[in-house]
Design a protein around this ligand. Structure first.
Ligand code: NCD
Length: 399
C-alpha cells in the first residue's frame, strides 16, 4: 500500500494538484491519502479505483495538449467569481471546466453518487422563468455535492407582489447563500443580480442573452460522443456544426456559437430570415436560410425550439410550413456528413423542429447524453466557483 501512496504523491506532483484536491476528485472526498499516511490499508477495490482514476486522468492530459496538468495553477485556472456567460471565458477556462466535470460523469454512473465537497453550503436556485431540466439538473448537482439546495420559483415569490429585482437580490444575499443560480426572462438580469450580491452567481439562462452551462454541457456531450467513436479528444478543430432553429431568440445558440468557436469548430446558423439575428456574422457564424445547403458537410446538427414565448407577433407562417423548410427529418439528415451527430437542448417539439425518428436515432442522437452531462457540468461549476469560500488551497481563502 505504501507503493500506492508513492504513486499518489508522484501523480499529484506531475499534475500540480494538492493531496486534498486528489482526495476530493478521486471520487468521494474521502481521506484516502491521510489513511494511507497513517499506515492504514485501503480495500483492494478502493486502491484499484484510485489507480484507475489516476490512469484516466492522465490519459486525458496526454491526448489533450491543454489537458488538466497544463492549466494555470489554483484560481488562475478559472479566475472568475461568477459564471455569467461564455463571452467572458477564455478557451483554456472552458477546457478546464470540462475536465473538472469528467470525474463527476464517473461518479454519477456509480450507485452511490454522493460527494461531501459542498457540505454546509447553501445554494439558492432562483428561477424567474419555467424550467424542467435545468432546474432539476442544478438541484441534483448541488445535492450530489452535499450542499443544502433551496429552489425559489418566481410564481410563488414576492416578485409577484411587485418586489424589484434588486430587492429580491438583496434579500437572497441577506440569507447568506454561498452560490445563487438564476434564470430570468430578461437579458442582463443575471448580471444585475450578480452586481448586488456577495456570492458567486451562475447564469441558468437570461432572456435571449446567454445560457453558459448549456453550452458547456453540449461541449462535454460532444467530446464524449466523438471520443467514443475514436475521432478526437476535446478540441473541435475542423468540426462543422450547424445550429438550426430560432436563432434570434435563443440564448442557447448564442452561448454555443461562442463556446464551439472557442474550441475550434466552424459554426453555421440556419433560420428563416425573420428568426436570424442581424449581425450574426460578426460573431463568426456563417448564416444560411436554406437548411439543405447548411447541412452539407455538417458533422453535428444542433436543433433549437421555436421560442414562441419570446415572440411578439407572427414570425413563421405555420408550424407545418416551418417543419417543411426547417424540420430535421431522416431524409434531410442525409444531406449532412455521414454519421453526423444530432443534438437538441430540449424541450423538443417533436414533429416541428425535429422528427421523432431522428431524435431517437440510437447511434446518432446524443440528446439524452446532453442531459446526463448537464449534471456533471453543473457539479463542476458549483465546485469551481465555491472553492474560494471553501478555502481550497490556491483559491484565495474564504470570501
Ligand atoms: C433551453 C432554454 O431554456 O434556454 N432549454 C434548456 O435550458 N435546456 C432551450 C429552450 O427553452 O428551448
Amino acid at each position: 500500500m505504501q507503493n500506492l501512496l508513492h504513486e499518489i504523491e508522484q501523480f499529484c506532483l506531475r499534475n500540480d494538484i494538492s493531496e486534498t484536491r486528489f482526495g476530493e476528485l478521486a471520487l468521494n472526498d474521502k481521506p484516502f491519502v491521510s489513511q494511507l499516511k497513517a499506515g492504514r490499508d485501503l480495500r483492494g477495490s478502493t486502491a484499484a479505483k484510485l489507480r484507475k482514476f489516476m490512469a484516466d486522468f492522465e490519459a486525458n492530459a496526454v491526448t489533450n495538449p491543454a489537458g488538466s496538468g497544463r492549466f494555470p495553477a489554483g484560481a488562475l485556472a478559472f479566475p472568475h467569481r461568477d459564471l455569467l456567460g461564455i463571452a467572458q471565458l477564455e478557451r483554456h477556462e472552458i477546457l478546464y471546466v470540462l475536465d473538472q466535470a469528467e470525474p463527476w460523469v464517473e461518479l454519477n454512473r456509480q450507485p452511490d453518487k454522493h460527494a461531501g465537497l459542498l457540505s454546509g453550503l447553501t445554494i439558492i436556485n432562483a428561477f424567474f422563468e419555467n424550467s424542467t431540466r435545468t432546474l432539476l439538473s442544478f438541484e441534483i448537482a448541488g445535492k450530489r455535492l452535499g450542499a443544502d439546495v433551496v429552489n425559489m420559483h418566481a410564481a410563488q415569490s414576492s416578485v409577484k407582489k411587485g418586489e424589484t429585482l434588486i430587492d429580491t437580490a438583496i434579500t437572497l444575499n441577506a440569507m447568506r447563500a454561498d452560490a445563487i443560480v438564476i434564470r430570468h426572462g430578461s437579458s442582463g438580469a443575471v448580471d444585475l443580480i450578480a452586481s448586488k450580491v456577495d456570492c458567486p452567481v451562475l447564469n441558468a439562462g437570461d432572456g435571449q442573452h446567454e445560457h453558459p452551462t448549456q453550452a458547456l454541457l453540449d461541449a462535454l456531450a460532444l467530446r464524449h460522443a466523438l471520443r467514443q467513436r475514436g475521432e478526437r479528444s476535446e478540441d473541435f478543430t475542423g468540426l462543422n456544426v450547424t445550429i438550426c432553429g430560432d436563432i434570434l431568440h435563443s440564448r442557447v445558440a448564442r452561448s454555443n456559437i461562442l463556446c464551439l468557436q472557442a474550441l475550434g469548430a466552424s459554426v453555421r446558423v440556419c433560420a428563416p430570415p425573420a428568426l436570424m439575428p442581424a449581425g450574426v456574422e460578426a460573431m463568426g457564424a456563417e448564416p444560411f436560410h436554406d437548411f439543405d445547403a447548411a447541412l452539407e458537410g455538417s458533422d453535428v446538427v444542433m436543433m433549437l425550439r421555436l421560442q414562441t414565448e419570446r415572440m411578439q407577433g407572427q414570425f413563421i407562417p405555420s408550424a407545418r410550413e416551418y417543419h417543411h423548410l426547417y424540420g430535421l427529418t431522416k431524409t434531410r439528415l442525409d444531406c449532412a456528413a455521414p454519421d453526423a451527430l444530432v443534438m437538441h437542448p430540449g424541450p423538443m417539439n417533436r414533429g416541428v423542429e425535429i422528427d421523432s425518428e431522428v431524435a431517437d436515432l440510437l447511434d446518432r442522437s446524443i440528446i439524452t447524453r446532453q442531459v446526463e452531462m448537464g449534471v456533471a457540468v453543473r457539479m463542476a461549476c458549483l465546485d469551481v466557483l465555491t472553492r474560494r469560500r471553501r478555502g481550497v488551497e490556491g483559491w484565495g481563502g474564504a470570501a
